[in-house]
Design a protein. Structure first.
Length: 903
């Protein structure tokens, strides 16, 4: 079979030296309508997906080997070797088996955690806007092929290598490729063949980010064939499972190990020199002690808790991009949120029109173009009113939104909601979009950017007249107007008063204006936007708060979190919406006011209001700094490319998954797939649950270790027989770590997690109450274990039987303690204790199964020197277990009396 002719000439030309139209020719595409679907499919088959080879992960062998790289394991292995040398093969075997099993569990769990994180990251696939078959489409960036026509706008990550065909003020940040941090201006003219990458101004390379402007380009290389693919650096960092907390815990585990070794050495010296114990016996006791006391399962448990938390958050539409964010989230004290679309629905409806002569109310809801106009209660015929027609025409033409109608979905908006509302308004006034744009085609435009708050379009009609339509924030547009549509003198204060009246009702107000340009004008630039416009009128749009956001704000406030709204909207509109959301909105602070304040004054000012209006990304950055200087832990939302610095500066940067730009997403720690404020509140709650569960794991594991170690120490120092052997201790540690401690990772969270103030970030991991509980439970553990051991010996049982009973007592003691620990101080006597965490119940059943095997199965009886127990012994074990359970519940009741709810 003859190979298919390549679409990209081979060898590929130096695209930067090829003129734009030649590039299109070579790639067999027309930039106006793009590739056809069949063409794109064929090219995808030929060139493959537009993906880069994933970063090299640590191989499985290395990952397995790393499981042994841990001081705790070294101690165990050393103990195993010495035990072996002392010819105690059974115990040596058990130690080695435990080390291997521990490594296997760590290996599997870590693999699972990594997979979970990877799956979460895959949810953040990038998209590209392409023109195919003459229409714009959003496609998965992996489906791009050479010849595809891609549209870029500010904040977008360039999805493949592009030869630029059309640019509008395009500036691209190429740091990812060239290391140059300043954005580069781009154009479409070819450059010298020999130009270095940084000088190829007519190219946009994959992985770089559009800082400003817009462009259209044709794909010349995808996947590994792009520049970034060739140099082999992958954009986007590789996540590791280490976080500040896991590092702190690792360090803590190391300190404990050091301490235990010291206690072990002392015990050895005491046992051998003072008490004259045989070398093997005291050595095994010390090994048992070390094994008992070392919390070897802790780091793994914490990783699992974090990974499970990340997964739960992802299921709730909050995607963690950096693992440490999971722990930080729980201690956030201030959430700064955008308004439009995050706190509000972003479903705009025009409800009021302010024309020079009258104010009209608009009826109808959403994007359904049905509804009418009333002036003081009397219906106004939309098609007859010239002033309304002129305004509606501007609203329609200075607009990039489209409305689609289909039977299943009804009326649907493609584009920006503000513009959608204006388009709907024009349709209600009886205008036909196709007819209007055919009669007055657009020749040029200045696109909307939050920085300048307006959009302008240049049109001409078929008689050769050129005119500009302008729409934007009233302060901006009114300043450019010299006349109003009715020919009366332009009364700016009166218009401002009308604007504030609408804004006071929570409406977003836009002004529309028009001005004629000399016939034949074909280009529009900022220098054309001078005070010479005629104001056509103002439009008031409502965008109601999301119901869920109102509840979420209240919930945050109950949880001691302050919610601050930062919006590009007008102060009066912002304050009205702020009030509806339950924020302190009496004295909103505007961007202008923020600029007038120095850092110290801003720190005071941020305490007094929750609403910041007409704020730009630089203001966000200053607000983050001011709040952080006040000791707050700040979560900040953002969507634009210029929000990236504020997102990075915040303790938790939150980006919008839908309307956000790639640049914002990459700077963020957390991405909301539904752009909803309530999702942040839920993520904060989940963050708190994660932290609580980590604490609960500590609370569970440490007394377990403490109790086991206490039993051995007591035996050695009191000169009694060891109630449990080293091998038995290892058994207990191993099976409880896999079963019981793991169950705590699935704890759903305390009922009151969002009713107490955030945890201080400076709070130590082991608080005083926590340490108290650890000591208390360790003591109880020693008491019951010794109690059973001595009781069996007293009634004439053998040492083996007494030890078997002691081991079962330890395990039952831990099992009941798991149900104590599920709540810090809340009572365990509720139905929830059995139904709240099914994993805990299953794990308990599993554990009991293990214990029966341990006690009754002959092979295990041989290895661990266990014997069957009689009913009376079981009875005593269960009774003591119940007593221990009650003793911890009593301590919880005392803590409750002191109003201690968490530890
Ligand atoms: P938030 O920051 O709460 O999300 P926002 O991002 O919607 O608000 P911007 O998009 O920066 O705020 O809008 C600021 C102002 O610019 C608006 O109040 C409005 O007056 C004006 N504006 C918004 N969209 C357009 C548009 N498409 N064309 C012209 N002007 C617009």
């Amino acid at each position: 079979m003859k190979p298919e002719a390549p679409f990209v000439p081979s060898p590929a030309p130096h695209w930067h030296a090829v003129p734009a139209d030649k590039a299109q020719q070579l790639l067999e595409v027309d930039a106006a309508c793009g590739l056809g679907d069949a063409q794109a499919r064929a090219r995808l088959a030929q060139y493959g997906a537009n993906t880069l080879a994933p970063p090299r992960r640590r191989g499985p062998w290395l990952r397995l080997a790393l499981q042994f790289h841990n001081p705790l394991i070294y101690v165990l292995l050393a103990a195993g070797a010495v035990t072996f040398a002392l010819e105690d093969y059974v115990d040596a075997g058990v130690i080695v088996a435990v080390v291997l099993i521990n490594a296997a569990i760590g290996f599997v769990q870590e693999g699972k955690a990594e997979k979970a994180l990877e799956a979460v990251r895959a949810m953040l696939a990038s998209h590209a806007t392409v023109v195919r078959g003459g229409e714009r489409h959003e496609i998965d960036a992996t489906e791009l092929v050479p010849g595809d026509v891609v549209l870029l706008e500010s904040g977008a990550k360039v999805p493949a290598d592009l030869r630029l065909i059309r640019v509008k003020n395009l500036r691209v940040s190429e740091a990812a490729l060239t290391g140059e941090s300043l954005p580069v201006d781009k154009h479409t003219d070819p450059v010298a063949d020999t130009a270095a990458i940084g000088d190829r101004r007519c190219m946009a390379y994959s992985g770089t980010v559009v800082g400003f402007g817009q462009a259209r380009g044709v794909v010349v290389a995808t996947g590994q064939r792009t520049e970034i693919g060739r140099i082999g650096t992958l954009v986007g960092e590789v996540q590791t499972l280490a976080t500040p907390l896991t590092r702190r815990l690792d360090q803590f585990a190391r300190q404990i190990t050091g301490f235990i070794l010291a206690v072990g050495a002392l015990t050895f010296a005491y046992g051998h020199l003072v008490r004259d114990m045989p070398l093997l016996e005291i050595f095994l006791a010390v090994v048992g002690l070390a094994v008992a006391a070392i919390p070897e399962g802790l780091p793994a448990i914490v990783t699992i808790v974090l990974a499970i938390g990340t997964r739960v958050m992802a299921q709730n539409r909050a995607i963690i991009r950096r693992l440490p964010a999971v722990e930080t989230l729980g201690s956030v004290t201030v959430i700064c949120s955008d308004k439009t679309g995050t706190l509000t629905k972003n479903e705009m409806t025009a409800v009021r029109i302010m024309l020079p002569a009258c104010t009209l109310a608009v009826s109808g809801a959403g994007y359904v173009p049905e509804g009418g106009f009333q002036c003081e209660g009397a219906a106004v015929e939309g098609g007859r009113d010239a002033a309304l027609q002129a305004l509606a025409q501007a609203a329609l033409l200075c607009n990039d939104a489209r409305l689609k109608h289909d039977a299943a979905g009804g009326w649907q908006l493609v584009g920006d909601p503000t513009e959608g509302a204006l388009l709907t308004l024009a349709l209600k006034a009886g205008l036909d979009p196709a007819e209007q744009s055919a009669a007055m085609p657009r020749v040029d435009e200045i696109p909307f950017e939050s920085e300048h708050r307006f959009m302008a379009t240049l049109h001409h009609d078929h008689a050769g007249h050129a005119f500009v339509l302008l729409k934007g924030a009233p302060e901006r547009v009114l300043g450019l107007c010299v006349a109003a549509g009715d020919g009366q003198p332009f009364d700016a204060p009166a218009w401002l008063a009308r604007m504030e009246d609408a804004a006071g009702a929570g409406q977003r107000v836009l002004a529309l204006a028009r001005c004629a340009l000399p016939p034949g004008t074909t280009a529009l630039s900022m220098s054309d936007i001078t005070p010479r416009f005629t104001l056509l009128g103002l439009v008031g749009l409502i965008d109601p708060p999301r119901e869920a956001a109102v509840d979420a704000v209240a919930q945050c406030q109950r949880a001691g979190l302050r919610v601050k709204m930062i919006t590009g909207d007008h102060a009066v509109t912002a304050a009205a919406i702020g009030r509806q959301l339950g924020l302190t909105a009496d004295a909103p602070l505007t961007g202008e006011a923020i600029e007038a304040l120095d850092a110290a004054a801003l720190r005071t000012a941020v305490q007094h209001t929750d609403v910041f209006a007409r704020a730009s990304p630089e203001h966000k950055l200053r607000l983050v700094a001011a709040l952080q200087a006040e000791g707050e832990l700040v979560a900040m939302t953002g969507d634009g490319v210029n929000d990236a610095p504020a997102l990075k500066a915040a303790d938790i940067g939150v980006a919008m998954g839908n309307k956000g730009t790639d640049a914002a997403r990459e700077a963020a720690d957390l991405v909301l797939t539904d752009d909803n404020f309530a999702t942040i509140a839920r993520a904060v709650r989940e963050g708190r649950v994660v932290f609580d569960n980590i604490k609960k794991s500590l609370l569970f594991i440490l007394p377990t270790n403490g109790g086991e170690a206490g039993v051995i120490l007591l035996a050695v120092f009191a000169g009694l027989a060891l109630p449990v052997t080293a091998g038995q201790i290892l058994w207990v540690n191993m099976i409880t770590a896999v079963t019981l401690a793991l169950a705590l990772a699935f704890e759903p969270g305390e009922a009151g997690v969002m009713r107490h103030p955030p945890r201080q970030p400076s709070e130590p991991l082991i608080t005083r109450v926590l340490a108290g509980r650890i000591a208390y439970v360790s003591l109880l553990m020693v008491l019951v274990t010794f109690g059973v051991f001595e009781w069996v010996l007293m009634r004439g049982g053998s040492l083996e039987t007494a030890r078997t009973a002691a081991v079962n007592m330890l395990v039952i003691g831990e099992l009941v303690y798991l149900f104590n620990v599920r709540h810090f101080t809340a009572s365990a006597f509720s139905r929830d204790i059995l139904t709240g965490n099914p994993v805990a119940v299953w794990m308990s059943a599993l554990l009991i199964g293990f214990q029966l095997v341990f006690t009754y199965a002959p092979p295990l009886q041989q290895v661990f020197q266990t014997t069957a127990l009689d009913a009376a012994t079981w009875g005593v074990i269960l009774a003591l277990g119940a007593a221990k359970f009650l003793a911890v519940e009593a301590e919880k009741a005392v803590l409750r009396r002191f109003n201690i709810r968490s530890m």
